[in-house]
Design a protein around this ligand. Structure first.
Ligand SMILES: Nc1ncnc2c1ncn2[C@@H]1O[C@H](COP(=O)(O)OP(=O)(O)O)[C@@H](O)[C@H]1O
Ligand SMILES: [Mg+2]
Length: 321
């Protein structure tokens, strides 16, 4: 059993978590140690199939790990599952709403499953309908609501019992921009009021704009973890962008790709982009080769690091490949 340092400041502590699905060639989660601080807005970023859903399912007790342990607010999940589940709200990737029930009935049902009743339940249902601005739809069957409204319902179902930790698994996939913005604003406000939030996504932009603490997961392993600025600086992931007068030849692109320290070169019309851990050195060499090849350069920029560049520099692939 891996040792874990328990801290009152930690909302979630994962130690040595492993999960292999029956018939799976390799583990979906392959030994994850992670601490999510209390009050954190924590982003778990990774491409499809990275193991995000498997990891958060173990975090909230929906899936038993093969090995390792989960502590929530200092409590061992395996030893006190009911107490732990009362502290966590879950917004699953696959919508879990009853289509034939209205939003209010869905909230009543899930609230009673969480042990609420009487006037407390009624009060929470009203409050959640208000938070999700579902009042006008309260008496409509959930199946008649748009995708965005269903997501908003799913969000407040996770909040019905006033959890201190909210875990959301790709909550904005396939919704309209207004509902996405609405969900972002609600989550920011809840986090500002003290709620710990764990947010999984394969959208770099979402994690960059929402999350203060970030872990990047790939093939069941955490490959980077920390604050945004911290992990970008530590990795030195950088990009170079050169705008040429015309589209470069295949031969030139190949030569650029062979420059020491460049991990990936892509080209969109006459704009050439490269990912490199040393963007300044890469840029100088790129300019030299382009001048040698007689490719006119219009502009050059470098060093704009982002999570996509970091992911490419760590794995050699893009987040959405
Ligand atoms: N119920 C399951 N049975 C078998 N394999 C699964 C199951 N769920 C997920 N997997 C596999 O486990 C890996 C991780 O999946 P998942 O946790 O859903 O990743 P993500 O949420 O990051 O897309 C993938 O290779 C996926 O195909
Ligand atoms: Mg998933």
């Amino acid at each position: 059993m891996p040792r874990m340092k328990t801290s009152v400041e930690a909302a979630i502590e994962l130690g040595g978590l492993v999960k292999t699905y029956p018939g799976g060639a390799s583990p979906a989660v392959a030994g994850v140690d992670l601490v999510v601080g209390r009050g954190s807005f924590f982003g778990l970023l990774g491409p499809n199939g990275a193991g995000k859903t498997t990891l958060v399912s173990m975090m909230c007790g929906l899936l038993a790990p093969d090995a390792g342990r989960v502590r929530i607010a200092g409590l061992d999940l395996a030893a006190s599952p009911d107490e732990v589940k009362g502290r966590i709200g879950v917004v699953p990737q696959d919508l879990a709403v009853y289509p034939s029930l209205t939003p209010a009935e869905n909230l009543e049902y899930f609230g009673s499953m969480m042990g609420l009743g009487g006037s407390r339940l009624g009060g929470r249902v009203d409050e959640c309908l208000r938070i999700a601005r579902l009042g006008p739809y309260a008496q409509k069957r959930a199946e008649t609501l748009s995708g965005g409204l269903k997501r908003r319902l799913s969000l407040v179902i996770g909040l019905i019992h006033e959890p201190e930790i909210l875990i959301l698994d790709e909550p904005t996939v396939g919704i309209d921009p207004q509902s996405r913005l609405f969900i972002f604003d609600s989550l920011k406000a809840m986090n500002a009021a003290g709620m710990t939030i764990v947010y999984t996504s394969h959208y770099m932009e979402e994690v960059e704009c929402l999350c203060r603490d970030i872990a990047i997961i790939d093939q069941g392993r955490i490959i980077a973890h920390g604050g945004l600025a911290e992990i970008l600086a530590a990795s030195g992931a950088g990009t170079v962008e050169i705008r040429a007068q015309c589209a470069p030849s295949e031969a030139l692109l190949r030569r650029l790709g062979e420059i020491d320290g460049i991990r990936q070169v892509s080209c969109e019309g006459s704009i050439i982009r490269a990912a490199s851990a040393q963007p300044t050195a890469a840029m100088c060499e790129m300019i030299r080769l382009m001048e040698e090849a007689g490719a006119g350069i219009l502009s050059v920029s470098h060093g704009v690091s982002n999570l996509e560049a970091l992911f490419i520099s760590l794995t050699g692939r893009g987040l959405r490949e």
